[in-house]
Design a protein around this ligand. Structure first.
Ligand code: HEM
Length: 452
């Protein structure tokens, strides 16, 4: 078949700014208008949007070896370096094998206590009637948890600065997609200076975490120790260089909190907008926990809570777009996608497609339950088009971690608090690498009667 359908450009090139200005709207319109395979052009590159789970599976799983990560993630190397998220080929495989031990289900269960304890500390700090930026709170909490369980480090005093630095990076990121962006970033604009300062700040935190551990020289079985002790048995038997270590720690630190923080932020917004769901959640928490802190063994009894988290990630998938670049000509959906083109699959678009999710705009955790028990999809893509963690060899390594953390944090916080959206605020989606609320979300705390 020839070229897939899609907008054709003449003058004015009206689609071009739209993809840059409103990618969620653009990709959604593209899917509805042109179907499961659509083609458009941006900055001289052919881009393909695939809008069916079978096609997404083809890119992420069955033909994964014919693709590499897209340009956007390659550009993210400026902060992430060559870590698990951005590296490719043999090197990626080896590093992934090394890290895997820290993410097995049994290992993640050990993290549960820290997760619930940290959430309990946060909920204790809060005051009835206070207003907080729930996005900032969730970032602070998930950042502290990932630093503690993977690196046994304390970053609480730095979390505000780190969060602000990350926001600067995300704001500047679209500029990095422009040609000659490395040059552009050298132009001494205030925003660029801020970006370089934030990157240095973040680097300093990561190197401090590594140095502290080396100095302490204590036995530990966390991920940082595994990385420090790793030896390349098939190569020269050497360990990782400081730079390699920095890249892995930075990647896990950022990927390990930014996504979960956003998923939780959207969850609180949705709960506040859907009081009937919140009532059911509270009933489950009271029944299953009776006021004590949740742990790994309670997860099985928190099916509704887990469904709430799944449903929030359906509507607001933190990784809203997954991109790849074709390493060779690839056959997909009856078309030949030429070498060098960029392919997108968007969890955001597919999760809101009525073919796969009836009443797609409705926040309805029940869709994940059967007879009150979980019906969470197993290995993706099971029956549904739900893939917030991607798929195939580059599937999220932290998936079990994220489910555990999401459920435990929602349970611990919702046991004591309700959150109400501050009226009149405009909540705007900011889809850059992750799907964030542009200015955060302000919510007012209300102690659940007798539990505050
Ligand atoms: C709700 C939370 C999370 C979501 C939605 C999420 C989503 C994703 C997605 C979609 C990918 C695949 C990207 C691609 O194929 O290009 C990915 C990869 C990755 N995630 Fe997550 N993630 C979450 C939590 C975490 C956590 C908690 C960690 C670590 C503690 C983590 C670490 C990583 C790493 C290291 C990769 C790269 C894996 C590789 O390529 O081998 N993520 N994540």
């Amino acid at each position: 078949m020839g070229r897939p359908p899609g907008p054709r450009y003449g003058f004015p090139r009206k689609y071009l700014p739209t993809m840059r200005r409103d990618p969620l709207g653009f990709l959604t319109r593209l899917a509805r208008q042109y179907g499961d395979v659509a083609c458009f052009e941006q900055m001289g590159l052919e881009m393909y949007a695939l809008n069916h789970p079978d096609l997404a599976k083809s890119v992420l799983v069955t033909q994964a070896d014919k693709f590499k990560k897209s340009r956007a993630l390659q550009r993210a190397r400026i902060v992430l370096g060559n870590g698990l998220l951005t590296s490719e080929g043999e090197y990626h495989l080896r590093q992934r094998r090394l890290a895997l031990g820290a993410f097995h289900k049994q290992r993640v269960a050990v993290y549960a206590q820290v997760m619930a304890d940290y959430a309990a500390r946060a909920r204790k700090r809060w005051k009835d009637g206070a207003t907080l930026n729930v996005s900032a709170e969730m970032h602070r909490l998930t950042m502290a948890i990932v630093a503690k369980v993977l690196f046994d480090a304390d970053v609480e005093s730095e979390s505000q600065e780190i969060r602000e630095g990350l926001s600067v990076f995300l704001r500047i990121f679209p500029r990095m997609m422009l040609p000659r962006s490395d040059w552009l970033l050298k132009v001494p604009l205030p925003m660029h200076r801020k970006f370089h300062r934030s990157r240095e700040r973040l680097d300093a935190t990561i190197y401090r975490i590594i140095e502290d551990r080396r100095k302490r020289n204590v036995e530990s079985d966390d991920l940082l120790s595994m990385l420090l002790e790793a030896r390349d048995s098939e190569g020269d038997g050497g360990g990782m260089t400081d730079e390699q270590l920095r890249d892995e720690v930075m990647t896990l630190f950022l990927a390990g909190h930014e996504t979960t923080a956003n998923a939780l932020t959207w969850t609180w917004m949705l709960l506040s907008e859907n009081r009937d769901v919140e009532v059911k959640l509270h009933a489950e928490l009271d029944r299953a926990l009776g006021g004590r802190l949740p742990g790994a063994n309670d997860i099985a009894d928190l099916a509704y809570c887990e469904a709430v988290f799944a449903e929030a990630m359906r509507l607001y998938p933190p990784a809203w777009l997954i991109g790849r670049e074709a390493l060779e000509d690839v056959e997909i959906g009856g078309y030949t996608i030429p070498k060098g083109s960029v392919v997108f699959v968007s969890p955001f678009v597919m999760h809101r497609d009525a073919r796969f999710f009836p009443e797609p705009q409705r926040f309805n955790p029940e869709r994940w339950l059967e007879d009150g028990k979980r019906a969470k999809p197993g290995a993706w893509p099971a029956k549904t088009a739900f893939f917030p963690f991607g798929g195939g060899p580059r599937r999220c390594i932290g998936e079990a971690f994220a489910w555990m953390e999401g459920v435990l944090l929602i349970a611990t916080i919702a046991q004591k608090w309700r959150m109400q959206l501050v009226p009149g605020q405009r909540i705007e989606l900011q889809p850059i690498i992750t799907l964030r609320p542009r200015r955060g979300i302000r919510m007012t705390l209300e102690a659940r009667s007798g539990r505050g």
